[in-house]
Design a protein around this ligand. Sequence first.
Ligand code: HEM
Length: 412
Amino acid sequence: MGSTTPPNFPFARPQAWDPPAEYKKLRTNQPVSRVTLWDGSTPWLVVKHKDVISVLTDDRLSKQRTRPGFPEMSAGGKEAAKNKPTFVDMDPPDHMRQRSMVEPLFTTEAVDKLRPHIQSTVDHLLDAMIDGGGERPVDLVGKFALPVPSYIIYGILGVPFEDLAFLTQQNAIRSNGSATATEASTASSTLLDYIGNLVNERSKTPKNDLISKLVTEQVLPRHIVHSDAVQIAFLMLVAGNATMVNMINLGVVTLFQNPEQLAKLKKDPSLVAIFVSELCRYHTGSAMATRRVAKVDIELDGHTIKAGEGIIAATQSASRDEDVFSEPETFDILRFASKEEGGRGEDWYKAMGYGWGEHRCVAEPLARAELEIVFATIFQKMPNLRLAIPFDEIKWTPPKKDVGITELPVLF
Ligand code: HEM
């Protein structure tokens, strides 16, 4: 390596939907390397599946963003790191203590009970689109992908229905990347104030929802204080939102790019669960979240990572690791079907779309259920769903950001 400056990171996606080409080269030539971030810092970058697992399960590495050397991806991120942390940014034992307060909501059994609520939300939004007519272009992002996850999580939190549209709009402003920093932070404060008021109301009159549960089971017995409950509820509101929106849009477009696979899914909606697994492997979202800083010196693949040095575990690269997935660049709806069923018989759990280890997405069963219901329903209700613009005109997220789509005019 010598004294050459490590390459700038994040790398850019060469074409809108493909991961950066650098990942493949590094997997072959330099699986553990250094990169240069916006602030001149040079954390480690880990790109092989086995090493990403090793980083994300090593308790000698910390997620606390207040530790010197923690890799921050922007000036805004560095500022935000000073705020009171949510459990995403905590280490054991605090992390599990808070995570376990919401975990019961997202078990497979709990999510199965939510499926009717998810189905009716999806049906309601699609029916409203259908009532408006499909002969003129409609933006699928605004009318569908954006409201689906918000409406569902608001239902779980116990936000009154009449406030949904306003809060969804605030959430979009804070995360869509086109608002100014001031607009985004005003929207965040608006949401935090709103949740704070709701926590107060539910403290007086508890109902059957997550906020009431946090108040009665955690705040009143003094396991956490009022502001912790607000933070946890806020985290539920914002954590998966942008990623969910992206995955819905990406799923639709990826199926348009692969019409024979779309035909398979339309014919047999029971393929939807393995389709969603492949979607979350192929388009590994939230790919900049998996960062750590070393608390002590560690060895990784023959390199010494010193205490105080940052590490970025490239989940997007791990999901394309040729040692784990055959023809990883191919989108194959049957990848995770068994060989007897004509699939590749690969293990869906190994795809890195939801991270790995103790911080693996707490809401994975919910996110999967939402995507399954969306994709088992949308092409049944709108069998003629198609792009209203040429493919080349689709608006993708900037090449150095998580893969996503910001506007998607469709006809149906
Ligand atoms: C398709 C949608 C989603 C994807 C791809 C996704 C992906 C991820 C990933 C990669 C992580 C790991 C981050 C890390 O290691 O720091 C994560 C964590 C997390 N996700 Fe999701 N997520 C999705 C949906 C959701 C939803 C809907 C919610 C909330 C309702 C949510 C809440 C969280 C929380 C709270 C964490 C932190 C877990 C922890 O630190 O223990 N996610 N997610």
